[in-house]
Design a protein around this ligand. Structure first.
Ligand code: CAA
Length: 257
């Protein structure tokens, strides 16, 4: 049996492919544990500066594996700390993660894409929170991250009707950063990820932390966090190198320190 999660290294970028094509990449424990250990591997690898999470041309992921969870009782989910135990590993990764979404990103699939730092979509991408059709509700952040990303009106529309949204609508309402032709999605996403990975890793991490802070705090506190991080960046060798290289009209050589 082929592994349900595949890890590839492309220069300074770590690529994680969800690989359950027979079930539209439905997310079971094996997949989520696999994503978690791939993330841990790439985080520990100093050569990796950015991570891409993807599926295949037909599905990023069609949500939690319904067959695996349909007979769960409350105590099963509670004791196993379902979702929190392994899905939230994506959220704690300190390196940036781009979700490259082609095909379906439904339910938990849409939710893990939203746990990433940005979403690049193929023209054939379809996003939705169809849990309501199954007699349940989004359980991996859909009711919380979707309104923050696209506003209350559209989040309510998607969660309450269970309808799907295409890539154009998803970009228009702010869920998706960029759209590419389906056969160019991975190439273009890897190129953007290489650009990010070519910068100073501590600066990249500080920016990710600061942007995420915008969703957790007041504007005044967020600005203070940003200002202090900005001040701290002047302690980096990479800041000296970046600004010196600009003055000397050459490419900077960052040392990630
Ligand atoms: N879990 C388990 N199996 C799934 C699956 C899922 N989420 N999605 C698709 N599959 C399986 C189907 O059971 C089917 O398997 P068999 O070939 O063995 O019958 C196979 O993938 C192909 O699926 P379809 O025959 O349904 O293909 P389709 O082209 O007609 O439709 C689809 C594709 C629109 C993705 C449809 O399969 C679908 O609606 N899937 C379910 C989407 C969903 O409801 N996701 C939410 C899950 S709950 C959740 O995620 C909770 C949470 O918030 C964490």
């Amino acid at each position: 049996m082929s592994p349900s999660v595949i890890m590839e290294t492309h220069d300074k970028v770590g690529l994680i492919r969800i690989n359950r094509p027979e079930a539209f990449n439905a997310l079971n424990d094996e997949v989520m544990d696999g994503i978690g250990s791939a993330l841990a591997g790439f985080e520990a690898d100093e050569a990796i500066g950015c991570i891409v999470l993807t599926g295949n041309d037909k599905a990023f992921a069609a949500g939690a594996d319904i067959a695996a969870i349909k007979d769960f009782g409350y105590m099963d989910t509670y004791k196993a700390d379902f979702i929190t135990r392994n899905w939230e590993r994506i959220k704690t990764c300190r390196k940036p993660i781009i979700a490259a979404v082609a095909g379906y990103a439904l339910g938990g699939g849409c939710e893990i894409a939203m746990m990433c730092d940005m979403i690049f979509a193929a023209e054939n991408a379809k996003f939705g929170q169809p849990e309501i059709k199954l007699g349940t509700l989004p359980g991996a952040g859909g009711t919380q991250r979707l309104p923050r990303a696209i506003g209350k009106a559209k989040a309510m529309d998607l969660c309450l009707t269970g309808r799907m949204m295409d890539a154009v609508e998803a970009e228009r309402c702010g869920l998706v950063a960029r759209i590419f032709p389906t056969d160019r999605l991975i190439e273009e996403t890897l190129a953007a990820a290489q650009t990010i990975a070519s910068y100073s890793q501590p600066v990249v991490m500080m920016i990710k932390e600061a942007v995420n802070r915008a969703f957790e705090t007041s504007l005044t506190e967020g600005l203070l966090f940003e200002r202090r991080s900005f001040h701290a960046s002047f302690a980096l060798e990479d800041q000296k190198e970046g600004m010196t290289a600009f003055i000397e009209k050459r490419k900077p050589v960052f040392k990630n320190r």
